[in-house]
Write a protein that binds this ligand. Structure first.
Ligand SMILES: Nc1nc2c(ncn2[C@@H]2O[C@H](COP(=O)(O)OP(=O)(O)OP(=O)(O)O)[C@@H](O)[C@H]2O)c(=O)[nH]1
Ligand SMILES: [Mg+2]
Length: 206
């Protein structure tokens, strides 16, 4: 039903910002029992991607300056599934205390949020996988939650570079076989790859 593009856009544009929280246990209980989240290094494009998926320009706050999102932001979609925007990790220009606090907030949320059923870990296609991503992948892999990778900003690289990144990520994922599900590509200028991600999230909501 909702798999036609028009219906998918309708499903995602029926959204509501629930709130910003500084710990997973501050999120109010609701009748929604499915959730997916977007994590990744600062500036990778998490908030922009959420706006593209939900067809709502300023739902999640974006910025050219890394470190924009600093709390757990919960968006309810069609009263069926939450999409969660998380702060970025690995941003060098904040204090170590701040970095550690944000890392703790993200990890604590991932491991303890019991309605969380899928993690989208975003990698900037031009930057590739960094040590901070490996740390996060190892952390996710130590738990039982499933994750997918989204290669973002593919408009910034050539088709060849894109194929290279995809192959090297798929090869790295052999280390994370138990938890890794899929690789997706996206860009938010012309919305390439967005419908595929919408479909996946829609299916999770059923
Ligand atoms: N070229 C291009 N730029 C993008 C794309 N997606 C996001 N950006 C830009 O990347 C920058 C960061 O985007 P955000 O969505 O704020 O990134 P974020 O991951 O939420 O960042 P933090 O909240 O700081 O962790 C902004 O200047 C966006 O316009 C894309 O697909 N292509
Ligand atoms: Mg953000």
């Amino acid at each position: 039903m909702a798999s036609s593009n028009k219906n998918l856009n309708g499903f995602f544009s029926r959204n509501k910002f629930l709130g910003s929280y500084y710990s997973y246990n501050e999120i109010p209980v609701s009748n929604i029992n499915r959730e997916c989240c977007f994590i990744g290094r600062s500036n990778v494009g998490k908030s922009s991607l959420i706006n593209s998926i939900t067809k709502t320009k300023k739902l999640a706050k974006t910025s050219k300056t890394p470190g924009r999102t600093q709390s757990i932001n919960v968006f309810e979609i069609s009263n069926k599934i939450n999409i969660v925007d998380l702060p970025g990790y690995g941003f060098a220009k904040v204090s170590k205390v701040m970095r550690d606090n944000l890392k703790y907030l993200i990890e604590d949320y991932i491991i303890n949020r019991n309605i969380l059923n899928h993690i989208f870990l975003l990698i900037d296609s031009k930057v590739g996988v960094k040590n901070s991503d490996i740390d996060m992948l190892d952390y996710i892999n130590s738990g039982s939650k499933k994750f997918s990778i989204i290669l973002t900003k593919i408009d910034k690289i050539s088709k060849n570079q894109n194929d290279y990144q995809s192959k090297s990520i798929l090869s790295l994922m052999k280390n994370y076989e138990n938890n890794f599900e899929n690789l997706y590509l996206s860009e938010t200028k012309k919305n390439n790859g967005i419908i595929t991600i919408q479909k996946i999230i829609y299916e999770m909501s059923l």
